[in-house]
Write a protein that binds this ligand. Structure first.
Ligand code: 5RP
Length: 281
């Protein structure tokens, strides 16, 4: 890796802990105004001080994150589908590398849909993006999804992660599953996990804990943080797991303590429009 690539990677995965807490707020790129992310600026403001990096599209970056903010940007550059469209896997690259450089992105993120109708197209997107990223020293995060009928187990997730790494992804995101260490072992680049659907806070903390305990280099978490009634308390608790190796009990204790002080508590959804409730997972 050249200096630029190493420097950007160090903004994504903290060299002192070898881990990352990426806050995902890119859901609107195909879901529209997701619950509690209806007004991204409001959701993200109280969480920014605790996120190592922010994963989002250029539209939300421009409108909802202050440019003076120092948070490293993981720019989602794949899309052009929606939850009510023909097929979610029919993604293309929607943001150019020049635009990513202008936006000072530290990393580029793109989804691959292994075992889906448009598998080939999404894998070719990844290979092309890695070539572009390598030219300018910008790492690529591959977000793995597997076909609708495939179990999210170590076999299929492991396959998707390995394919992503073989195509040159610098970091891979997947889901936690049983025998997760096999997925980690088969993937020669850092692996981080998505949080998935909103769970009770204690369960989400256990998920984050088990993932890092079994070899994940951190989390790229969204709904389990900002759909909590106490998002700041939640991100602080996840942070303790990721960077301080807190166990689930300690992390939940942090959540309960911080919950009392959390002025950002969203007792009501900040719903401004009716959201489409289908989920991608
Ligand atoms: C959607 C994504 C999301 O950013 C990812 O799933 C993380 O968010 P969550 O923790 O809510 O699952 O990449 O394609």
């Amino acid at each position: 890796m050249d200096w630029g690539m190493k420097n950007r990677m160090s903004k994504i995965i903290r060299p002192d802990t070898g881990r990352c807490l990426m806050l995902a707020i890119d859901h609107g790129y195909f879901l529209g105004p997701t619950e509690r992310l209806e007004v991204p600026r409001r959701t993200v403001a109280p969480l920014l001080p605790y996120a190592d990096s922010l994963m989002l599209t250029r539209g939300v970056l421009r409108t909802s994150v202050p440019p003076e903010s120092n948070v490293p940007i993981v720019l989602r550059v794949s899309g052009a589908t929606s939850i009510i469209g023909e097929d979610l896997s029919k993604e293309t690259i929607v943001t150019s590398i020049e635009e990513a450089i202008k936006l000072n992105a530290s990393c580029l993120a793109l989804s691959i849909f292994v075992g889906s109708k448009y598998e080939h197209q999404t894998l070719a997107n990844l290979a092309k993006l890695v070539d572009e990223g390598e030219k300018y020293g910008i790492p690529v995060l591959a977000v793995t999804a597997v076909g609708k009928d495939m179990a999210r187990d170590a076999r299929y997730l492991g396959l998707a992660c390995r394919v992503a790494a073989e195509l040159g992804a610098h970091v891979v995101k997947t889901y936690y599953c049983d025998n997760f260490e096999e997925v980690v072992e088969g993937c020669p680049v850092p692996l981080i996990i998505a949080g998935g659907k909103k769970l009770p806070e204690a369960d989400a903390l256990k998920l984050a804990h088990d993932a890092v305990h079994h070899g994940a280099s951190g989390v790229d978490m969204g709904r389990n943080i900002w759909q909590s009634d106490w998002p700041v308390a939640m991100i602080k608790a996840v942070r303790a797991i990721v960077h301080k190796d807190a166990d689930v009990k300690e992390a939940y204790g942090i959540f309960l303590k911080e919950k009392e002080k959390d002025k950002s508590g969203q007792k009501e959804p900040q719903k401004v429009v009716k959201t489409v409730s289908h989920s991608f997972d």
